[in-house]
Design a protein around this ligand. Structure first.
Ligand code: PEP
Length: 253
């Protein structure tokens, strides 16, 4: 059976009160396979979201973390802090963090290792800019990101990571990659992971597509063999749209 994860990246949206109201509605709308659905929320919403999701089966997580366990890092949040709350997932290396907050493959790699040591599932984002795609260099770019991001991570740990292929030109632009473009890159990523580790690790890897996925286009993307779900920004902020995407995945299992 194909594995899926439908993960909503709220970015810097929803106050605690708004997050509670949203999650209450979402619980009622996600009818099948709630364990394949996750909301990735601002740090301040984590407690409320956890409490409101209680008993629903829907997972939750954060959008970033620091790689050091504690210390003089004003404004940052550590892995032990997330662990104590009980998050299931943490997004790492989102293109917005790489672009606006100087996230590099080196810090991504350190964050992956810190999360894996704490048994929190990282959702690692990779993807090329429009400029790189127009030069036809998307595979070498994304391949390079993967080699650097997985540096020094064992096959056993690598298998626990979820990868999100997110072409930067499709994020928040309304311009979705075609199902063929998304499938080509997700299959390529699976091949890179098989090359670094082995075929079994590549075959078992959960690889999501992200970039303007919505209620209208989700099914044809999710039908592709190498796409195991979506990392969804804009369309994850409305329970109606997000639950339609979740149901599309459930219908393909
Ligand atoms: C994202 O933030 O990861 C994303 C894919 O956003 P959107 O769905 O809005 O393009």
């Amino acid at each position: 059976m194909k594995k899926f994860l439908i993960a909503g990246n709220w970015k810097m949206n929803k106050t605690t009160q708004e997050s509670e109201a949203f999650v209450r509605e979402l619980k009622a709308k996600v009818k099948s396979n709630p364990e394949d659905v996750a909301v990735l929320v601002p740090f301040v919403d984590l407690h409320a979201v956890k409490n409101t999701l209680e008993g629903s089966g829907i997972k939750f997580g954060a959008q970033n973390v620091h790689f050091e366990p504690a210390g003089a890092f004003t404004g940052e949040v550590s892995v032990p802090m997330l662990k104590e709350i009980g998050v299931d997932y943490c997004v790492i290396g989102h293109s917005e963090r790489r672009e606006y907050f100087n996230e590099t493959d080196e810090t991504v790699n350190k964050k992956l290792k810190a999360l894996l040591a704490a048994d929190i599932t990282p959702i690692l984002c990779v993807g090329e800019s429009l400029e790189i795609r127009e030069k036809g260099e998307e595979q070498s770019f994304v391949g390079g990101q993967l080699v650097a991001d997985f540096e020094g991570i064992s096959a056993i740990d690598a298998a626990k990571i979820v990868i999100a292929y997110e072409p930067i030109w499709a994020i928040g632009t309304g311009k979705t990659a075609t199902p063929e473009q998304a499938e080509d890159m997700c299959a390529f990523i699976r091949g890179v992971i098989s090359g670094i580790y082995d075929q079994a690790t590549g075959d078992a890897m959960l690889i999501l597509y992200g970039g303007s996925m919505n209620a209208g286009n989700a099914k044809e993307l999710l039908e592709k063999p190498d796409i195991n779900g979506g990392l969804i920004g804009g369309a994850s902020l409305k329970t109606e749209d997000f639950s339609i995407i979740a149901e599309a995945a459930a219908s393909l299992k």
